[in-house]
Design a protein. Structure first.
Length: 238
């Protein structure tokens, strides 16, 4: 995405550092949005290393993360970083199933500062959002998201980010994009034990030392100096 005006990797990472996804509008739920992705039985394993995503969804997510995180001198592409795997595992987990969400309504239009307002679990939102984004791409470009050019994918993501996409299904596009952006950030920078940030590339890029508590002992000694150390993950501690 280095040639794209607004969604280049550096802008994406800068946005992640300040929690840009949290600022995206979390539009209130409507009945039509609630109907966009009715509860469905969990999908059977559909690809090597995936437990939730269907083949069509895998194609979408892999194209998405490789577009947002292309290979360059900073990191490998998003699929090689493990971001698609992270997203799949998250959606298959209790978080994806909405275990900690209040899901009893009422489902009324709310204000962004009220937080997530949809009658959909995160997994249902992703599933409905993928379907709606693909439908938008077919209508506008003649092909699904994973089949269009990289430049076209960049434009679709930019339009989602700037609120220029309206899904025919009624699903709030900005709410979907907010969750997509947040989950991609998590896959880039979370502990590798969760499937993303493979080889700790996100940590190494930032100079983050990992989870060892005694790193704090060096704060004073390395003030205003670069602290270089091989980052340590949760798995390294076991």
């Amino acid at each position: 995405m280095s040639n794209h005006p607004s969604l280049d990797r550096r802008s994406f990472l800068q946005g992640s550092a300040v929690g840009g996804a949290a600022a995206a509008t979390l539009g209130g739920a409507t009945q039509v949005a609630a109907q966009a992705a009715p509860a469905a039985a969990p999908a059977a394993p559909s690809g090597e290393g995936y437990t939730f995503l269907t083949p069509d969804e895998i194609a979408f997510v892999e194209a998405l993360v490789d577009t947002m995180i292309p290979a360059d001198d900073l990191t490998p592409k998003g699929t090689e970083v493990g971001i698609a795997t992270y997203i799949d595992r998250a959606l298959a987990s209790g978080w994806g199933k909405g275990d900690r969400l209040y899901m009893q309504g009422p489902w009324r239009t709310g204000h962004p500062n009220q937080g997530y307002q949809l009658a959909l679990t995160p997994a249902q939102l992703w599933r409905a959002g993928i379907e709606a984004t693909n439908a938008h791409c077919v209508k506008a470009l003649g092909k699904s998201f994973d089949q269009v050019t990289e430049a076209q994918r960049n434009q679709v993501l930019l339009d989602l980010d700037q609120g220029r996409v309206t899904f025919d299904s009624g699903l709030p596009a900005r709410t979907f994009w907010s969750m997509v952006y947040q989950n991609v950030m998590e896959g880039m920078f979370a502990d590798p034990i969760y499937g993303g940030n493979q080889n700790k590339v996100g940590w190494k890029m930032l100079g983050f030392p990992g989870v060892i508590q005694n790193n704090r002992n060096h704060v004073v000694a390395y003030r205003n100096r670069k602290y270089e150390v091989e980052p340590v993950s949760i798995a390294d501690m076991s």
